[in-house]
Design a protein around this ligand. Sequence first.
Ligand SMILES: [Zn+2]
Length: 284
Amino acid sequence: MATNLSLLLSIILLLLVIQPIKGHSFKSLQHLEGSHKGQTVKGLHEIKHYLSAFGYLKLDNSIGLSNDHASVKDKDEFDEHLEHAIKSFQKNFHLNVTGRLDSSTLDVMMTPRCGVSDIDNMSPNYAFFPGKPKWGKKYLTYTFNSSVTHEVLDKLSFAMQTGSEEWHKHTQFTFARGRPSSTSDISIGIMHMDGPGKVTARAGPPTFPIMLFDPDENWSINDKPNANQLDMVSAATHEIGHILGLEHSTDVNAVMYPFLGYGMTKRELSHDDIDGMFALYGKP
Ligand SMILES: [Zn+2]
């Protein structure tokens, strides 16, 4: 039986692997539109935090940001490192590679997304975690840990069942929900991340098979979520992909694309998701 201590340690490990960006509201980025290299604009450090959290900017190389004693001016300076990071982000998501904070780039940045870091200069589409970790078995069990409240459990159960069936349909993997408190391959929980929007869920690779959902989101499991709701089935399907070993894809049609806006669903695997699984595990 997994103890609460081992669960806590696992979550800490997961959070060490996946950098959180708590406390930074994506909606506050709009006023930075038009910013470019050479400028100092109040609030640019928010962009640096964002790009650092998702793997595009190394803080040590960014003047001042990692230094608590650095002046606000330095932290808000649009330097060449920031321009390079923005270009990488734009390239990954098929935006015009301008290095400027144009409106389309900010629109993508403000879209609710998975909390797992992207890989800088991702391959054309699907990608894997460093070292390409994968499962050595094809039958996986999952359980909901003690953090999952009754209010969320029904939605989460449906989302996991529907999402895992989609992966089963296209791959060799079979999923089953384990008995409560039993040992399982995948642990699923809830964790307050950063309030509504922004980061909505996250999961670890096969070596850290933990999946977490932000209970502050306005989750839906309906086929057609309302315009102010996020689809938990789509989110679960995406996070299962991480658990199986897929990183983020740059293919906007892929389940493993990191962004999914309000009112949208993406519950069916794309060719890119399936190709990624075949590349990692071989064809069934
Ligand atoms: Zn993700």
